[in-house]
Write a protein that binds this ligand. Structure first.
Ligand code: PLP
Length: 392
């Protein structure tokens, strides 16, 4: 499972997912307390409103959008691709006056251009993805874009489904008002339980709402009853909550600095191997996402044939694309381990060769190994921080 999600899960997460407990008992309320506490570390926030959602990452997106937008609100949506456009579509469906800030294909959003749009339109809300999984672009200046949005007194919704816990994201320091994540990508948990964190300001906006929420399941104030008041909203997906609890615990044990370092080491080595094999990466380094790596297909190769060959001959699953002539390899959670990238790079190279592409597989594997070694020589792995540590 080396595609753009779902990603493999640790055995302990699978074991946690096999249990059903009382959704309103004492054990569950302890689990919920710990999920909120550990999520605070992973989101880097002291927010007192972290809510779980029974549903995909998209349900968390919809929860953030539907609760923060009231009909007629101006909403600036930074659109880099498929998932950032989904946020815009959700905002429209919730009655917002949506302005799409279109970013050039294959590029990260420019802070200056977003700031111009902010000045021109004075939106009430900004939506943006940290990583655009669909075309492997990363909005690398997200921190600066958030600062700019704050200057225009604009609420900021960030989609971190594929990036959370794979690269730095500091909710409080960057002034983000809502962060969305799913279970099955960066967190290496199961699909179906997602998380949203709201800032104080965002929560105030939600409690001050004039128009009623049309969604019952996604109503943040109703979800708050379960997540903060030990009361019934709907039957929580207990097994999935136990799974995400275990996934978060493993992240806290690993610590964020060590986890970011592991992801960077693995993704850079994979990228070096792909290039040394004679293939081109789709996005330029300064715009490139490391959590999902996009590879341009050689002219004579069809993506579907490549995916089929890798799956049937090598039992390695990677992802196709949403339009561009690329295939995508995930580097999220358990995918970012040396044994997984060696096997994937070999399967990619051998499959391409068997389909008639000119690739140098030994050179690729050698570059991968060299990149791992070079990283280990340069980098001292950080000392694990205490579990509740927030970055200074
Ligand atoms: C996968 C993904 C989503 C959607 O998650 P689902 O669980 O498929 O609904 C949203 N945003 C980004 C950036 C993603 O990578």
């Amino acid at each position: 499972m080396m595609g753009a999600g779902p990603v493999p899960i640790p055995a302990r997460v699978a074991a946690a997912n096999s249990i059903v407990i009382n959704h309103l008992g004492d054990t569950m309320s302890q689990i919920i307390e710990q999920v909120k506490q550990m999520s605070g570390y992973v989101f880097q926030t002291r927010s007192s409103r972290i809510l779980g959602v029974a549903g995909p990452g998209s349900a968390a997106m919809e929860m953030a959008v539907a609760n923060l937008i009231e009909p007629g609100d101006k909403c600036l949506c930074v659109c880099n691709g498929f998932f950032s456009n989904r946020l815009a579509e959700m905002a429209e469906r919730n009655g917002a006056d949506v302005i799409r800030h279109q970013v050039q294909a294959g590029q990260a959003a420019s802070t200056e251009l977003v700031e111009q749009s902010l000045a021109e339109h004075r939106p009430r809300i900004l939506t943006i993805v940290q990583g655009e999984t669909s075309n492997t672009v990363c909005n690398r200046t997200l921190a600066e874009i958030c600062k700019a949005a704050q200057r225009y007194n604009c609420l900021i919704i960030v989609d971190a489904v594929c990036t959370l816990s794979t690269m730095p994201l500091n909710m409080d320091e960057w002034g983000i008002d809502a962060i969305i994540t799913g279970g099955q990508k960066g967190l290496s948990s199961i699909p179906g339980v997602s998380l949203v964190a709201f800032s104080q300001k965002a929560w105030q906006r939600i409690t001050d709402r004039k128009s009623p929420m049309k969604h019952w399941c996604l109503d943040a104030k109703l979800a708050d009853q379960f997540w903060y008041q030990k009361a019934y909203h709907y039957t929580a997906p207990v097994s999935g909550v136990l799974a995400i609890h275990e996934a978060l615990r493993l992240i806290c044990n690993e610590t964020l600095p060590a986890r970011f370092s592991r992801h960077l080491r693995s993704s850079m080595a994979l990228q070096a191997g792909i290039e040394a094999m004679g293939l081109a990466l789709y996005v330029q380094p300064q715009h490139r996402l490391n959590s999902v790596v996009g590879i341009s297909l050689p002219d004579n190769i069809e993506g579907a044939a490549l995916l089929h060959c890798m799956s049937s001959h090598y039992r390695v699953e990677i992802s196709g694309s949403f339009g561009a002539r690329i295939v995508r390899i995930g580097q999220m959670g358990e995918q970012s381990r040396a044994h997984n990238i060696f096997r994937t790079l070999h399967a990619l190279g051998a499959s391409l060769a068997s389909l008639g592409a000119v690739v140098d597989v030994p050179a690729g594997v050698s570059a991968l190994e060299k990149s791992l070694q070079a990283f280990d020589q340069q980098t001292q792995f950080p000392v694990p921080a205490p579990m509740d540590a927030l970055s200074a």
